[in-house]
Design a binder for this molecule. Structure first.
Ligand SMILES: [Zn+2]
Length: 96
């Protein structure tokens, strides 16, 4: 993955990788480690392709890659992303 860049999530400090998407070339944050239920495939050229389901992603990974790995977008797994995104829009902070 020549174009991937390692980084750290500013919300939960998890290790992530920034990978440009095949469509827009804009980098999206993925969990650093591959996962069994990811919807994102990273091509040998180092581009991310996002699918609607894990099954689709896995099918494509199996056709495209020697080792069929899938990744999860970090905002899907980040424990703090949602609370932060939410807090910005809410008028009153949640007590929970
Ligand atoms: Zn995070």
């Amino acid at each position: 993955m020549p174009r991937a860049r390692a980084g750290t999530c500013r919300d939960c400090q998890a290790l992530i990788r920034w990978v440009p998407t095949a469509n827009t070339r804009r980098a999206i944050p993925l969990d650093f480690e591959p996962t069994d239920d990811g919807r994102v495939v990273v091509t040998d050229e180092g581009y991310a392709i996002v699918f609607g389901s894990h099954d689709e992603a896995l099918a494509r990974a199996q056709r495209l890659l020697t080792i069929p790995l899938t990744y999860k977008a970090h905002h899907a797994s980040c424990p703090r992303y949602h609370s932060r995104a939410h807090a910005g829009r809410e008028e009153y902070p949640s007590l929970f």
